[in-house]
Design a protein around this ligand. Structure first.
Ligand code: PLP
Length: 372
C-alpha cells in the first residue's frame, strides 16, 4: 500500500532524546525546548514562542489569552479541523462560521465584515494546506473593529504571505508538529505571541497558572498561583525529537516542494480533461508543500477515484466535514448555507504526500488516475 502519509525521521531523534534523558532534566522548558523556541523566533521573526503539547493546546491558550467568555463570538471558517473551533467553544464562545473562498478552502474575507456584531471578539483564519489567507484584509478589518486575530497556522510552517512568515502577522498564532505535518514531534505544537501585551500572561498560562518562568529567571524570589492555566508545555523528550527535525527543516521543505511540483506538472493535462481543479497557488502566498489536493467535479467522481486508487493500493483521502454541519454544532449553527465549505467537504481529495515519496511512485499514482 502506498500510504497517505509516512512520518519522516532524520536519524538524530533518538540520539537527542537519549541526550535529554541522560541530562537528568526531562520535564519541560529545558535546553531542547529553549533551543527550539529560539530557532523559531529567529528564523521567522516571531516575538515569542512557547512549545506546547499540540496545536490544539496552543489554540486553547489563545482562547484564554483573548479572554473569550460565555456569549462572546468568534469568526472561524467552517472547513477546518475541530480544534480550531473547539478551543473557543470550551471557553463558552459562540462560533460564527464563515464560508470558504470559491477557489480555496481559506476563509472568504469578503464575508467577514457582515458577520461582525458587538459580541465579536476574534477572527481565526486557517491557512489551509499552508497557503496564506488574505492577511492584509483580515488585519485591516480586525483593527477597525478592535478584534484579536489568531492564525491557525497548524499546516503553515515555513510558509509566507507577501514575504512575511505565516504566524508572524496575527496577534497570536498556533502551529502543529503532529506526525501528519511537515515538521513533526509525534504530538506537539507551539504558540506564537506577536503582540507584546500577551507575552507575560502566556508564560503563566503555559505553566499551570504559576509565575514559575519568572522565578527561574530570578525575577521573583518565590513562585505561586497567579492566574488560570494548564500544563501546556511538552517534556524535553518531545523537544529533543523536534530539534532533530528542525535541524533538517530546509532539506525537508526542499524535497516536499520537489514532489509537489512533480505532481502538478504531471497531473495538469489529466485534470483539465476531467474537469478537476488542482490546488491553486494564491497570489502573495508561498507554497510550503504541506498538501497536494484536487477538487473533483462531484462527490461521486471523488468516491470513484478513492475506490479505484484503493483497489490499486494507493491511499488517497478526503478531508474535513464542515463544522457547521457536525453533530456537535449543527443545532447551534445559525442555519446560513456555506456553499463553498460544503463543496470542499464533498469534493476535495488529498494525495499521498511525504518526504520519502519517490518520483516513480508518483508516476505510478498518476498512471492509476489515467486508468479510472
Ligand atoms: C493539525 C491541525 C490542528 C491540530 O493540531 P494538533 O497538533 O493535532 O492539535 C488544528 N488545526 C488545523 C488546521 C490542523 O491542520
Amino acid at each position: 500500500m502506498i500510504p497517505f502519509n509516512k512520518p519522516y525521521l532524520t536519524g538524530k531523534e533518538t540520539q537527542y532524546i537519549e541526550e535529554a534523558v541522560k541530562s537528568g532534566k526531562i520535564s519541560g522548558n529545558g535546553i531542547f525546548t529553549q533551543k527550539c523556541q529560539t530557532f523559531f523566533e529567529n528564523k521567522y521573526s516571531f516575538k515569542k514562542v512557547l512549545l506546547t503539547t499540540s496545536c490544539t493546546d496552543a489554540l486553547e491558550m489563545c482562547a484564554i489569552l483573548a479572554d473569550i467568555k460565555s456569549g462572546d463570538e468568534v469568526i472561524i471558517p467552517s472547513y477546518t479541523f475541530v480544534s480550531t473551533a473547539l478551543a473557543f467553544v470550551r471557553q463558552g464562545a459562540k462560533v460564527i462560521f464563515a464560508d470558504s473562498c470559491k477557489n480555496t478552502p481559506n476563509i472568504d474575507v469578503k464575508k467577514i465584515e457582515s458577520l461582525i456584531t458587538d459580541k465579536t471578539r476574534a477572527i481565526v483564519p486557517v491557512h489551509y494546506a499552508g497557503m496564506a489567507c488574505e492577511m492584509d484584509e483580515i488585519m485591516e478589518i480586525a483593527n477597525r473593529y478592535n478584534l484579536i486575530v489568531i492564525e491557525d497556522a497548524a499546516q503553515a510552517i515555513d510558509a509566507y504571505y507577501k514575504g512575511k512568515p505565516l504566524g508572524s502577522i496575527g496577534h497570536l498564532a498556533a502551529f502543529s508538529f503532529h506526525e501528519t505535518k511537515n515538521i513533526i514531534a509525534g504530538e506537539g505544537g507551539m504558540i506564537v505571541v506577536n503582540d507584546e501585551r500577551f507575552i507575560h500572561r502566556t508564560e503563566i498560562i503555559w505553566e499551570k497558572g504559576t509565575n514559575r518562568a519568572e522565578f527561574f529567571r530570578g525575577e521573583v524570589n518565590k513562585y505561586g498561583w497567579v492566574d488560570t492555566g494548564s500544563s501546556f508545555l511538552p517534556s524535553e523528550v518531545i523537544a529533543a525529537f523536534l530539534w532533530a527535525q528542525i535541524e533538517n527543516i530546509d532539506k525537508i521543505q526542499q524535497r516536499r516542494l520537489q514532489i509537489w511540483k512533480f505532481y502538478e506538472t504531471e497531473l495538469k493535462d489529466w485534470a483539465d480533461l476531467n474537469d478537476i481543479e488542482l490546488i491553486k497557488e494564491i497570489e502573495g502566498a508561498s507554497n510550503n508543500a504541506h498538501m497536494f489536493y484536487l477538487v473533483c467535479k462531484s462527490i461521486g467522481q471523488r468516491t470513484q477515484l478513492i475506490n479505484h486508487l484503493k483497489e490499486n493500493n494507493i491511499h488517497a483521502v478526503f478531508h474535513y466535514i464542515s463544522l457547521h454541519s457536525s453533530p456537535f454544532y449543527i443545532e447551534k449553527h445559525d442555519g446560513r448555507m456555506l456553499v463553498n465549505s460544503d463543496k470542499f467537504t464533498d469534493r476535495l481529495l488529498r494525495l499521498p504526500m511525504f518526504y520519502e515519496l519517490e518520483e516513480k511512485t508518483v508516476v505510478q499514482i498518476i498512471k492509476e488516475f489515467r486508468n479510472v
